[in-house]
Design a protein around this ligand. Sequence first.
Ligand code: A2P
Length: 273
Amino acid sequence: MTAPAPAPKVASLPDGQTVLSVKHWDDRLFSFRVSRPASFRFRSGEFVMIGLMDDPNPETGKQKPILRAYSIASPFWDEELEFYSIKVQDGPLTSKLQKIQPGDQVIVKTKPTGTLVLDALLPGKRLWMLSTGTGVAPFASLMREPETYEKYEQVILTQTCRLNSELEYGVDLERRLMEDPLVGEEAREKFVRYATTTREESPRMGRITDLMKSGKLFTDLGVPKLDPTYDRIMICGSMGLNMDLKEILEAQGFTEGANSRPGEYVVERAFVD
Ligand code: A2P
């Protein structure tokens, strides 16, 4: 007689994926990697709903999933999925999610969507990816997408945060990109990261909107001012930043794109904030 198989240590959740690693960047930000469902396909820059079960209802014992939209921060060809998250101490999801450990399960819904995709932009010369904080996540995927380098001569990622520690994930993304076996060589020629802080001293300071208006952004990078003929722009930040950038771009003749109707810029809110 054979012994019965041991029960799994972690109860399987519907749509559950296994946490493989977790990295805490500071007391407000962390990233984690989970297993990828075998049949799951997405386009770099898209988001999915992810989450955990809430605490059991004291009377019924029932649990409900708490799901939020998260951009996938890994490229489409990666065997694992990466996510980048803020920690909100009383946030319904992130108060729990920040405690995950390797071996735990996270719910990952496999219906990807979003507008920060290469297909939503008309052909152009230079791709700008403008972000604040966790808004860098979709660009973490796009910057490792081979098509990004096939379509553009130059790829510029800007990230503005209040503090230096909030830029560390972006520093690591750039390091990983430069070593990437698939796109590293092209990225070394075409990719530039431009990071600024607004509330702590750093080599580059200021809101991206102000740096655009003053022209310092373009002088620092040695590129011409924005031109709807050549420049393509993706924006992912807070509601205020997105609105302000939209206004600046539309005043210069840029039109917003969508999956069904490509344009010169696209915008999406950084979800978990
Ligand atoms: P600031 O420190 O001047 O508010 P937050 O943490 O509030 O989401 O902000 C992230 C970064 O985005 C901060 O550096 C912040 O600058 C900047 N920011 C916030 N709102 C805007 C906006 N409307 N336009 C440009 N930058 C913004």
